[in-house]
Design a protein. Structure first.
Lengths: 219, 219
DNA sequence: CATAAGTCGACTGTCTACAGTCGGGAGTAG
DNA sequence: CTACTCCCGACTGTAGACAGTCGACTTATG
């Protein structure tokens, strides 16, 4: 007699605000809303079939995620990234993920960690023959997992706040360039480094990975 | 004939949303709104004399800054930090600021940078005899400056997103503990390390500073 | 023809009102 | 006295409307 009407397994219904947030994030990071484009609240609220008030809450969040930039009088537009900004974003990303790698190495029980990471790599492997979007998703999921496994909620939250900017970086560079960074082998190296428990090595591996990744994007 | 009615020098009138944001941030990080306290939108909007819609936009932002935590059915309450979370916050902070230090060392022209940092330290010195709040403000200003001078907007933005959590950490630990980290000398060390241009040394100095800072807070 | 004043339209800022939902207390049956 | 039910009050989710402001276009004037 369970679950007759409502979905039970974590599939909680999302508020309109969250739906709008997802929809807009996708629209922006997919390029459907091209960079520089002015966003008009009345237009968007009509498109998404929600009220302006609800929409504005979502917009504030996107603004703080760095997907939107504010012009005079509160005019919002889709943020435009140049090469320097992409490098900057990846510098911060590298700092966060290298902290994650170091932290994981210092964990008492790394068995479950490496298991989860192996699974994430396997998922990338499985997606390797899929669409570009799928490959990117599985890659980001790997790195998100890296942060999540540390158990440091603040770290995870900071990374997720950056995720939108990361997606924009990839989109800006072009998906074909972004996909250069999805190599399964390189990610296996990361897992292996963490597996050894050598924090310095793990940190170095991540930093190099991010350096290469940034270079691939702006090249 | 200038500035008769309106302030001109960058003192642009802030929107009600921004005013509410500042007021709430201050109220929370000062402990006026004690941790764990449930926030009721209608109450707050009446206190602040603004409409709920406007207030909600500010709340969303505070939520993302980590000052508020969401309960069931959108109930918001002032976030509560335990010792582990404080350590976690400072880990992330350390990662960001060590990136800042490294970045500054690699800058071609560091003259202006060290000048600005010296000024910030001087400000701390001047505040040393002031109230606890003033000392904390000048300390945070120093570290914010550190991030700003890198020219990496993303880094600055990430740090500022964390600032609220940092303030809460200090408040949680108690201002008297927080003030232990305001030593002018220790900050001079940081500036000196950056001055040498030795990225590894600068990074190490910051990491140690943050380690000590976190230890002082949870001790 | 150029410049200045005036007017119109487009958007954001803000407020008020309504609807839906959950928790808790009063009241009642066993 | 306990447990169950039903109703009410408290809040959040969401919508819709009004007001103020700035830019662009038009029109009048030197």
């Amino acid at each position: 007699m369970a679950g007759l009407t409502a979905p039970l397994l974590g599939l909680e219904k999302k508020s309109l605000r969250e739906q709008a947030l997802s929809a807009l994030r996708t629209a922006i990071t997919s390029g459907e809303l091209e960079p520089g484009r002015h966003l008009v609240e009345t237009e968007l609220s009509e498109m998404l079939q929600i009220s302006r008030g609800t929409l504005r809450e979502a917009l504030r969040q996107l603004e703080q995620e760095g997907l939107l930039s504010a012009g005079p009088r509160g005019r919002l537009s889709v943020r435009h990234l140049d090469e320097k900004e992409i490098r900057d974003i990846y510098s911060v990303r590298a700092a966060l993920e290298s902290l994650a790698a170091r932290t994981l190495c210092e964990l008492p029980d790394r068995q479950q960690v490496t298991d989860s990471l192996h699974k994430a790599v396997d998922a990338m492997d499985a997606a390797a023959s899929g669409t570009l979007e799928e490959r990117i998703e599985s890659d980001l999921e790997f790195h998100r997992t890296l942060c999540r496994l540390t158990g440091n909620e603040t770290l995870l939250h900071s990374w997720e706040s950056l995720e939108g900017s990361i997606r924009m970086s990839i989109m800006f560079a072009g998906l074909e360039k972004g996909v250069r960074n999805m190599s399964v082998d390189r990610h296996k190296d990361i897992v292996a480094a963490i597996d050894t428990g050598d924090a310095a090595l793990a940190r170095k591996t991540i930093l190099e990975h991010m350096d290469t990744a940034a270079a691939n994007l702006v090249a």
